[in-house]
Design a protein around this ligand. Structure first.
Ligand code: PLP
Length: 450
């Protein structure tokens, strides 16, 4: 007789390591994966999941891992969050798809109304829905080109915007995202990002100098009047959780405003309370012309959104935007459940609290660890950058080894960064304190051993 366990927050909130990680059942499943799925689809940690909820992920061998990844910043409300489950369960029985462009339904409109109200700025807005972050970024660029009649798109060093042709072209890093996948989309220009830790003249000068260089390159090399859009992550995600030096984003936004350039904030990773604000742009009072969201929007159901100024989005002709599945009714119900949960359970406050616990702890570890060059991030989007002690040279093998040790102890962490030398932490915002503390203790031990 086996006990029936359900996922979601009712799962025991404990770390439990009962086999090697990965255990025998996961290893067997992984062998099947390798035979059936191409290696291009990589694996961070080859444990096969059976349940997840709150702050844990449970695998086929019965191990319960502390989750510092949230499926890459997606399950911010926790896996199978009750309000999400309840709404999706009802919806799946009522109807599963009509195509919003064929015969619409209310939940899509309600998600759009809420995003129009909740995103930065009190101007008149419109929203439309898509399936993935990449698809939404593509659509934001389409809209900006259409509205401005211009073609050039400006992106930044360390930027990540997706894996489709246009968004891969917008992405900075060659390996693994672009290597041998060219030719790339045209009319994309990359300019410097204010990366305080690696700014040659130091963090104090970073915002001013980086903005001046970026603006100089735009005006001299492209011509501001040719630029449709600037696309930027308010905190770089895959690039290594780089928080641009304060002052940089407002300067770029102001330059866009003065030159009729559509400022597109890619908040796919930072959105929905992750950084301790509902949207990361709020930190410096940035009001983007278009904001792109996905990941945390629907608790794991595929959904993405483009929200922007009505006068920009309304320019596109009837039928010019859309897609078969965009704003699928299950995903819309999930998003409404996420938004209710964020508000009812103050997940924005919870994200701040996670940052207040993690940052001082990591800073004190960094003080005694010369291989940690930088501790950064906001809310529940925190990272450490590993360096060769005594230099600023990136140390990707240290990051990989620490991650490996954490995994073996039942703590799921992710790496990131242009140089692969960043450990990033994205716990679900519902992570209980005791698991957060336990995870940090495991991390500290792994760091001291490496
Ligand atoms: C993940 C991500 C994307 C791409 O989203 P997908 O849903 O994987 O297509 C785009 N931008 C940022 C900042 C991301 O983190």
């Amino acid at each position: 007789m086996s006990t029936v366990i359900a996922g979601g927050p009712s799962l025991p909130q404990e770390r439990r390591v009962v086999t090697e990680i990965p255990g025998p059942k996961s290893r067997e499943l992984f062998a099947r994966k390798q035979a059936a799925v191409p290696p291009g689809i990589g694996t961070t940690l080859p444990v096969f999941v059976t349940h997840a909820g709150g702050g844990v992920v449970v695998d086929a061998d019965g191990n319960s891992l502390i989750d510092f990844g949230s499926g890459i910043a997606v399950t911010s409300v926790g896996n199978s969050a009750p309000r999400v489950v309840e709404r999706v369960r009802k919806q799946v029985a009522d109807f599963t798809h009509t195509c919003f462009m064929v015969t619409p339904y209310e939940s899509y409109v309600e998600v759009c109304e809420k995003l129009n109200r909740l995103t930065p700025g009190d101007h008149e807005k419109r929203t439309f829905l898509l399936n993935s972050g990449a698809e939404a970024v593509e659509n934001a660029v389409k809209v900006a080109r259409h509205a401005t009649g211009r073609q050039a798109v400006v992106v930044f060093d360390h930027g990540y915007h997706g894996r489709t042709l246009l968004t891969m072209s917008l992405t900075a890093k060659n390996m693994p995202y672009k290597h041998r996948f060219g030719p790339f989309a045209p009319e994309i220009y990359r300019v410097p990002l204010a990366y305080p830790f690696r700014w040659p003249t130091g963090p104090e000068n970073c915002a001013e100098e980086a903005a001046a260089q970026a603006i100089d390159q735009i005006t001299k090399q492209i011509g501001a009047e040719n630029v449709a859009a600037v696309v930027i992550e308010p905190i770089s995600g895959e690039g290594g959780f780089i928080e641009p030096a304060k002052g940089f984003l407002p300067k770029i936004a102001e330059f866009c405003r003065e030159n009729g350039i559509v400022f597109i904030a890619d908040e796919v990773q930072t959105g929905f309370s992750r950084t301790g604000d509902l949207f990361a742009c709020e930190d410096e009072g940035i009001v983007p012309d278009i904001i792109v969201t996905a990941k945390g929007i629907a608790g794991g159901l595929p959904l993405a959104a483009v929200t922007g100024r009505a006068e920009i989005l309304d320019k596109v002709h009837v039928g010019g935007l859309g897609g078969t599945y965009g704003g699928n009714p299950l995903a819309c119900e999930a998003a409404l459940g996420v938004l209710e949960t964020i508000e009812a359970d103050d997940l924005t406050g919870k994200a701040r609290r996670i940052g207040e616990i993690m940052l001082p702890r990591l800073r004190s570890i960094a003080e005694k660890t010369p291989a940690i060059g930088d501790v950064r991030g906001r809310g529940a989007m925190i990272a450490i950058e590993l360096i060769v002690p005594g230099t600023k040279d990136p140390h990707p093998t240290a990051a990989a080894e620490i991650a490996k040790k954490c995994h073996a102890e039942g703590l799921l962490v992710l790496t990131a960064g242009t140089y692969g030398n960043v450990l990033r932490f994205l716990p679900p915002l519902v992570m209980p304190d005791h698991l957060l503390e336990e995870g940090l203790a495991i991390l500290e031990k792994a760091i001291s051993e490496v």
